[in-house]
Design a protein around this ligand. Structure first.
Ligand SMILES: [Mn+2]
Length: 317
């Protein structure tokens, strides 16, 4: 067994009362990993609790609200982070309290900062859930339907339902193994990828009509200023999956979402199609992520931020 797997397995076998940390703006992978790990620890006769800086989005309540292990009145004896590449992604409060106390980090980001005492990171893995599956496999841990549902959710969400280039052989094979546990995958996929609220449909149609296309349609920008957020009473949930709207047109190579957080603070998400590495682009602006999906935070007026993004993106075409 690989040294890092061995180290992580050894840690899980010996740990007690674990606090599991997810990243802020929680997605299916961080949530799936956290709850799969929590369930696995209970199967091993241990206790665990999951925390997140923000509330879990409603569409993941089928995982977070169906957790049967409610007994969480314990002081953690160890801390595990899942799908968290950098302590800054934990969110301010969680970072302040736990950034220096992470005993184990399980992740798949190439940009992982190795802030934890032990780090199990496989950059080739499509999702942290894929790493966790391999860890459980090597530990010969018997899975159940709940763990399989959680892991499958992380893999489908991080691969965009197996459409992104990170959906490799392993992701497909693991999904097949998970399906054998009787998970309701048609429901999960319809729920996560097809079903939309009426409000969401209105929002998407507004944003689609207002996409700005530049450089012969190779760059597309969606701007969600405070005005628009108020007009559609948007919550952070409503931003989930918005960036890919920018890449629907065939020619688009870089899709950019500009989300206003405060007067002069903007959170940027980028998606790439083809050979462009938006992880590198975002890294030049203090952010990071994957080759095909990345992000950063930029300060300035809306006009300044947009201009900077358009100029930087243009340099990578
Ligand atoms: Mn992930």
């Amino acid at each position: 067994m690989d040294r890092f797997f061995e180290e992580a397995a050894e840690f899980l076998r010996n740990c007690e009362d674990a606090l599991i940390i997810t990243h802020q703006s929680p997605d299916g992978d961080t949530i799936g990993s956290a709850y799969a790990l929590k369930e696995a620890l209970y199967l091993m006769g241990k206790r665990a609790k999951v925390i997140c800086q923000e509330e879990f989005p409603e569409r993941f309540h089928f995982i977070t609200e169906t957790d049967e292990h409610k007994c969480e009145d314990f002081e953690e004896k160890c801390v595990i982070a899942v799908d968290v590449a950098d302590t800054a992604l934990m969110g301010d409060d969680v970072e302040k309290k736990y950034s220096k106390k992470v005993d184990l980090c399980i992740d798949h980001h190439e940009t992982n900062k190795e802030y934890a005492e032990r780090t199990l990171v496989i950059p080739e893995a499509a999702a942290a859930c894929e790493v966790l599956f391999k860890l459980f496999e090597q530990m010969e841990l018997k899975l159940n339907t709940r763990i399989a549902t959680c892991l499958y959710t992380g893999i489908v969400t991080d691969t965009g339902c197996f459409r992104f280039s990170n959906a490799g052989i392993d992701a497909h094979v693991i999904a097949a193994v998970l399906i054998a546990y009787g998970i309701d995958f048609p429901w999960i996929n319809r729920h996560l990828f097809d079903v939309k609220t009426k409000k969401r449909i209105e929002l998407e149609s507004y944003l689609s009509q207002n996409i700005e296309y530049l450089y012969d349609d190779r760059v597309a920008v969606i701007s969600v200023t405070k005005d628009i957020q108020e007009r559609f009473s948007m919550t952070s949930d409503d931003f989930d999956g918005i960036t890919p709207l920018a890449t629907k047109v065939e020619a688009v190579q870089i899709g950019i979402l500009i989300k206003q957080k405060e007067e002069n603070k903007f959170k940027i998400s980028m998606r790439a199609t083809g050979n462009i590495n938006v992880g590198k682009i975002c890294a030049t602006m203090g952010g990071g992520g994957h080759a095909k999906a990345a992000g950063c935070t930029i300060f300035g007026t809306f006009e300044e931020v947009k201009e900077k993004l358009i100029k930087t993106a243009g340099e990578y075409l």
